[in-house]
Design a protein around this ligand. Sequence first.
Ligand SMILES: Cc1cc2nc3c(=O)[nH]c(=O)nc-3n(C[C@H](O)[C@H](O)[C@H](O)COP(=O)(O)OP(=O)(O)OC[C@H]3O[C@@H](n4cnc5c(N)ncnc54)[C@H](O)[C@@H]3O)c2cc1C
Length: 468
Amino acid sequence: MEVLLVVRGLSNPFSIPFQSLEHMEEKNYDVLVVGTGAGGGAVLWRLCEKWRKNRKSIGVIESGDLLLPTHIYNIPGLRKKWKKYYNEVSNPIGQHLPQFLGAEQVFAVGGRTLFWGAVTPRMHASEFINWPISEQEIDTYYQIAEDIMQIHQASSINSLHLQAILQHLHSKGFHEASPIPSATSHGKTFSSLCFLKNAWEQHPFDFAVKARALQLLMENGKPVGLKVGDHNKKIHVLRAKTIVLAAGSLETPRLLLHSKIPGNTIGHFLTNHSFIKAKGEFISKKVGNISENIRILIPQTDETPYQFQIYINKRLINAVGFGKVESLFDNNLTLDPLSVDEYGIPKIKINFSYSVKDMEIIRQMNEALHQVFNYLGARVVHEKGKAQIHVMEPGEDYHESGTCRIGNDPSQSATNRYGQIHGITGLYVADNSILSSIGASNPTLTTVALAIRIADHISNSYSKERTK
Ligand SMILES: Cc1cc2nc3c(=O)[nH]c(=O)nc-3n(C[C@H](O)[C@H](O)[C@H](O)COP(=O)(O)OP(=O)(O)OC[C@H]3O[C@@H](n4cnc5c(N)ncnc54)[C@H](O)[C@@H]3O)c2cc1C
């Protein structure tokens, strides 16, 4: 048996055994979770917490292998080289998707949380107006998510430089500028591996890696299991009463569409953030003595449908802006019958374009970022071959969402308010694809909050069944 090492603080290693698919084929799991990124990790952790005193069986399959034992920033020597390493290991799926050129996937234990920036704001209140869940209801789950992910402010609030810059931005009308909220675990950058560790400590589960979910198996309109491919392309059948798909916003709908799960909106309402980047430097030489890293968030407001993250170190400023993108039915993902993968499963095609409204937000965001630089007394630095503030390709934000969005109306959503595929008991989605909309905020905290809520719903459903 192989052993997975999950390292929390680097001095505190922890192991979870991997199971073979042959072993897992002998069981009928109460819950089978597919994928170990942000959503899969969160749903697993919460189920294990809820079921720590009972014998419910949980299986987890992950298509990738153990790539890193912790978030890349926690590994001495790799922090600065993270982008190079990321490029080597990620799958540049966007190269085959002309309208979503920037998309990349990571198939690994921990998914994309091995590389994420851990920026974790809540979604702006206005987003919840059209959600099937109220802001008050999700608040409870935000609190649980923020607690387990130890969200704190990334820059020291006592820094005089930070205070001065914040005051200045507030006086110029950016009233909500604040230090960036960031997810940690014992002072290190958080990854979904922390969810796996916390889950295992409460309730053991069977865990197979290099195990790729290929197709859902249905009987009488209910899921009964999954076809899973191993690294030798051998097909296994795993059985489960409840299946939670958390394979990401591109893979989860692909699996559902290939399995012919009914639902006219599966794969539709693909949403992301329009994404701009700029580098700058302070004009005044006096500012050169800012020695600490300052990280500021200028969040979305009622009037400004975009968010800025500003990173200041010495005289240099790096800024990124995320703009709200409309959730539109016609921005969608479908199967491409002409192109199949090594298992014979159709690859995906994507139809995606920014609407007139999205383009106007990109224009406003560009203008506002110039203003921020001006107010800070900084100038934008021209980068070789690139416009001063450049607009990134669709997909390059890595925030793609919405392809199985939650909602009350099946003609407008793939899943109900608990992430269950409309009309199919026992089949859930718990990754970025369930987000109804994402406004201008980084999506992962909200996905984790929803995944925790889905786990609570599953565990409550089992309790109700027992008391019948
Ligand atoms: C460089 C970078 C920086 C980012 N920074 C931030 C940030 O600061 N803040 C933020 O909120 N978000 C950020 N993100 C985005 C964030 O990582 C995602 O929002 C989040 O990881 C999505 O979670 P998920 O569960 O939907 O998918 P993922 O984390 O991608 O997990 C999907 C999992 O499913 C597995 N899988 C896929 N297909 C199958 C299959 N068929 N069978 C079995 N397993 C499968 C994958 O291997 C993976 O483990 C960043 C992303 C990147 C790449």
